[in-house]
Design a protein around this ligand. Structure first.
Ligand code: FES
Length: 124
């Protein structure tokens, strides 16, 4: 077992687990699309980007293993900016009113766009 800190909360977790699993154990939600605990890690959507202390760029929480003493920030300026940037790219060619989609109103993309998107796109 090792100790990590996520948004100021200490979590004890087995070595080799991922940052997103540690966050879930701490009760902290990290937005994600491609991660599922019963599937292999694809790390393709990049929605789960977080900041790790002493790491110069955001890292995907689903594909980053925890290490002893790691300090993770899920809502720092760097993490939020990264998540908003990913959301903006995901929505470049995707409307959010989705008039023809069966998932309209119960859509994870819409939910995460509202919760973690930037609100305004620079693309038309
Ligand atoms: S959840 Fe898709 S990259 Fe981590």
């Amino acid at each position: 077992m090792i100790n990590v800190e996520i948004d100021g909360k200490r979590v004890e977790i087995e070595a080799g687990r991922s940052v997103i699993e540690a966050a879930h154990r701490a009760g902290i939600y990290i937005p994600h699309f491609c991660y599922h605990n019963k599937l292999s890690i694809a790390a393709s959507c990049r929605m789960c980007l977080v900041q790790i202390e002493k790491v110069p760029k955001p890292v995907p929480a689903c594909a980053t293993p925890v290490s002893e003493g790691m300090k993770i920030l899920t809502n720092s300026e760097m993490a939020v900016k990264a998540q908003q940037g990913v959301m903006e790219f995901l929505l470049v060619n995707h409307p959010l009113d989705c008039p023809v989609c069966d998932q309209g109103g119960e859509c994870q993309l819409q939910d995460i766009a509202v919760g973690y998107g930037g609100g305004v796109s620079r693309y038309r």
